[in-house]
Ligand binder design. Sequence first.
Ligand SMILES: NC(=O)c1ccc[n+]([C@@H]2O[C@H](COP(=O)([O-])OP(=O)(O)OC[C@H]3O[C@@H](n4cnc5c(N)ncnc54)[C@H](OP(=O)(O)O)[C@@H]3O)[C@@H](O)[C@H]2O)c1
Length: 250
Amino acid sequence: MGNKTLIITGANGNVGSYLASRFLQRGRKLILIVHKNKQRIEDLEATNPQTVRVLAADLSKLERVKQKFDQIIEQTGWQPTELIHTSTARSHDFQALVNTDEHLWQRILMVNIMGTYNILKTVLPYFKQKKYGRIVLFGSNVSRIGLPRGTAYSASKAAISNLCRSVAVEEATDKIIINTISPGPIKIDESHFSESYRKFREEYYKEKLKEIPLKRCATFEDIFGLCRFLISEENSYITGEEFFVTGGKL
Ligand SMILES: NC(=O)c1ccc[n+]([C@@H]2O[C@H](COP(=O)([O-])OP(=O)(O)OC[C@H]3O[C@@H](n4cnc5c(N)ncnc54)[C@H](OP(=O)(O)O)[C@@H]3O)[C@@H](O)[C@H]2O)c1
């Protein structure tokens, strides 16, 4: 199918921004969904006005996302064919569930679970109309191992991979293929995190690296390689699966 348009959520994030530049090199039109920040993709937007559109929205609000998305499609005439959904909220309070603030807990579920529902509600009608679609959701290895002091995040990631299985069956007749990539630790730029969050990650990953058979974190290119296959036409039979990118760690 020619004239492919890939939608990437969390497009200003570590993974989202990397995937945006890699898929642009491969000739995709891109709709990049960002939230509050877009500094990582500003250059990309400025230098590719014919092939890149940036949509700023809070994914937990369905109507706003849908309205802005439909508007871009109407203006450009682009045909959405693929979605990579990386956006996420994280558990920044590092508290055990018993001490977690209920509003923070709800907010993480709202962004991660309702945000997934909202982006699927927005793009699936386009995919269904054309009877073609490739979707990659982002979970995490914590969906199977849990995350002490990050229960809302880990529960939401498990929900995403479960939702993926159900949607795969629901949409199979329309030839829409959906999978979840669940990475372990990815090597990212941590400079923008708060000192307490950096410390939390340092402690967490020091221990985690000992348990990874390949003794390193995943790279963005590791993630890109799997994404590229999963959203390609070559992948016409693998759907509803959760792929753990963890260097051999269970
Ligand atoms: N990095 C890792 O080590 C790792 C490990 C396992 C799994 N993962 C998963 O891989 C995916 C990508 O990770 P990452 O490191 O690239 O994440 P990231 O850098 O934190 O990016 C997440 C993005 O989500 C956006 N976002 C947050 N709240 C939003 C909302 N309400 N509406 C719309 N967008 C919102 C953020 O935008 P703003 O900054 O503007 O709010 C941010 O750009 C995530 O799903 C993550 O759970 C990552």
